[in-house]
Structures are given as structure tokens and as C-alpha cells.
Design a binder for this molecule. Sequence first.
Ligand code: 2AM
Ligand code: CA
Ligand code: CA
Ligand code: CA
Length: 272
Amino acid sequence: MQASTLAALKELALQCARSAGELSLKRMKEPFTVEYKTSASDLVTAVDKEVEKHVISMILKRFPDHGILGEESTFAQDPAQFETLWVIDPIDGTTNYVHQQINFSVSIAVYHKGEGLVGVVYDPSRDELFYAVKGEGAYLNDRPLHLDRIVSLEEALLCTSVFWNKRAEQMGIDLIVKKLAGKVRGMRLLGSAALEMAYVAAGRLDGYVSLSLNAWDFGAGRILVEEAGGRVTTMTGTPLPYNEKSSVMACNPTFYEELQQYLHVAENTQTD
Ligand code: 2AM
Ligand code: CA
Ligand code: CA
Ligand code: CA
């Protein structure tokens, strides 16, 4: 990949994220339709779909031969056939978008032959733009992000995601979280996986774990955390995929091994 191509991908990803964020903020001031996707706790709005289409049109205008893997599936072709794949979540944290009008984000990542090149997570309600380019570091509104503080698990502020509370009890996961919560300084649950991973990159959270996320939830956050100096794998320690569901652990490297010991009980209980 030429440096000029990488720079062009970065610029477009930043433009798309800003533009998508502005559009979702604008639409938030007007009435919009909200539907149940699979259940009452899984919402989708007309804005999710509109924003995804908007981002796809911006990408294809500049790079017509690129593919898109987006949550709302508004891209007509099979994403598997493209060398360069944009992995996007137009609104991550739709429930927050509907209920809180804060704590949602747009997540945009570019992968080339499976390698993560650019990751952008934009929080429009706070105008915070988190971005990273492979080998060039991670930034928050142009401030470089480095996870260089030594943090033990006891001192860590951890974050977890939807499936812990939704299906936790039936899977016995609640006991693992309880055990973990008793060990760390605090647990948080913000409701936007992409933003939570961006916060790990920024050091606002020390680690993030989820039993099951979609590729568009972690596609950008993973590049952000890695470029900030953090460690990101599945909960079993294997590399994250770029185009399918996975469990995720992303954290400050100093307590990665220790955190894994607490999570290994969950290895065979991932959701499908
Ligand atoms: P979404 O808002 O884009 O759907 C909520 O804690 C986090 O889990 C969000 O990042 C949310 O993304 C994601 N998520 C993925 N699948 C979900 C589901 N079936 N129900 C609720 N949240 C889901
Ligand atoms: Ca969704
Ligand atoms: Ca999402
Ligand atoms: Ca979404």
C-alpha cells in the first residue's frame, strides 16, 4: 500500500465519520421512526439506515472498487469479494441515540486483505474524533494516545457489554463478571462498544470485554487500541477476525494475562 493511498483512505474515513456524525445529530432534532430489530432491546431507526447509505455513497464516489460491510446491510454486493473492505457501523449505541442523545458513535474501519489500516470512531455529541492509522499511532482530536501507564488488575476500570447483562445469568457469565467486579477498581457499561474501545485507547477505561460482538462493532476500536499500545484479542487469546462475529478483550497490556485468567471460564460459552 502506497503512503499516498493510505493518506487518502485516512482522509476519507475522517470525512465520512464527521459527516455521518453531523447527519445523526441533525436527524436527532426531528421525529424519526424506531423499529424493533429482533426484540424490544434491539432497536433500529430510520437514521441508522440513512447514515449508512450516506457513508457508503461517500466511499463509493471516491473508491468505486471497494467493498462495504455495514450493520444495516445497505451495500448490495457480497463484501467477501473485495480486497479493500470498509467495515462500518453508522450508529453504534442506537439505544443511547434514542434514549440519551449522547453516548453513541459512528465507527469506520478500512481493512486491506484482512489487515486493519485505518480506524475512526467519532462521538458527535461531544465532538470527539478518535482515529488511528496502522503504524502511525492513535489520536483523539489530534492529541496522540499512548497506553504507557502501568495498571494492575486491582487498579483497573473495566468495561463490559450488552450480553453480560442480557443473557449472563442463563449462561453463568454473571458469576464471572461478579468475580471480576470484586477484583477490579470498577466496572462500567456505556452502551456503545466502539466508543468503549476508543475510551480504552484514550486511557479513560483500562479494559473492555465482550462475549460476542459483530465485526462492525470492533473493526475500528481494535485498530485504535492496538495503535495506542494496548492488546486486543478474542477472549481465548487468538487474533480477532475482521469480517465476522467474535468475543473481544481489549486492554492495557500490563494486566492482559491476569485478565485472561479471569475470563478463561467463559471460553466455551460464547454467544452465537
Ligand atoms: P448497536 O447499537 O450498533 O446495535 C450495546 O451495549 C452495544 O452492543 C452496542 O455497541 C450495540 O451496537 C451492540 N449490540 C450488538 N448486537 C446487539 C443486540 N442484539 N442488542 C443490543 N445491542 C447490541
Ligand atoms: Ca444494531
Ligand atoms: Ca454496533
Ligand atoms: Ca449500529
